[in-house]
Design a protein around this ligand. Sequence first.
Ligand SMILES: C[S@@+](CC[C@H](N)C(=O)[O-])C[C@H]1O[C@@H](n2cnc3c(N)ncnc32)[C@H](O)[C@@H]1O
Length: 193
Amino acid sequence: MIRGDSSDYELLKKWCATVPVFNPKDRFYSCEIGVREGLGSKIIMDVFKERLKGHPYMHFGIDPYGDRVYQHCDNQPNITWKGFPKGVAPTYPDEMYEQVVKDFEEYPMFNMIKMTDTQFMNENGHLEYFNFVHFDGPHMTKDVITEAVWFANRSVKGTRRFRPKMIRSKKVYNRSKYKHDQIMRERQSSSET
Ligand SMILES: C[S@@+](CC[C@H](N)C(=O)[O-])C[C@H]1O[C@@H](n2cnc3c(N)ncnc32)[C@H](O)[C@@H]1O
């Protein structure tokens, strides 16, 4: 069974179901940064494959796995993950990656990219646009802002940002939203001149 670790899946489903798809002429691209066991990606793909009715569709799941030890969020020292001492976060092993690849064998649109967000962004500057992105990898403000800027430069017309109920830091959301909106305004005014 494909499992998740969030309490926001109903919201994710709702946004996938309601975001405009603008009858895309080209391929539709969705993406999830931070896949873990795959429930977020499953929800995204289930909703869009239904909505897109056979239209060319590709989904990227980006996650390095490999039991990396990293700082998950700005206030990590104050957080207790179930089964771990205060401030110590879980890690995600390569066996999880192997299981995810197996679990999504029936999803031809699924592309598991086993690398960090930074590697992905550095290696894929040529990608032109994304229709839907779920940011659920590293939650540090600096990382989310970097992702927001990279994807804002590639997001399609009508892009909206939403803040999950469980997000621990309003600051992370507000700062990345500010950067995102600023880039969208700049893109809008340069397309008008
Ligand atoms: C909160 S979990 C993701 C949960 C998943 N979206 C779901 O619905 O179950 C965070 C994931 O981010 C991944 N991750 C950690 N650092 C990352 C990075 N720099 N780039 C991309 N993913 C990263 C971890 O390996 C972990 O699988």
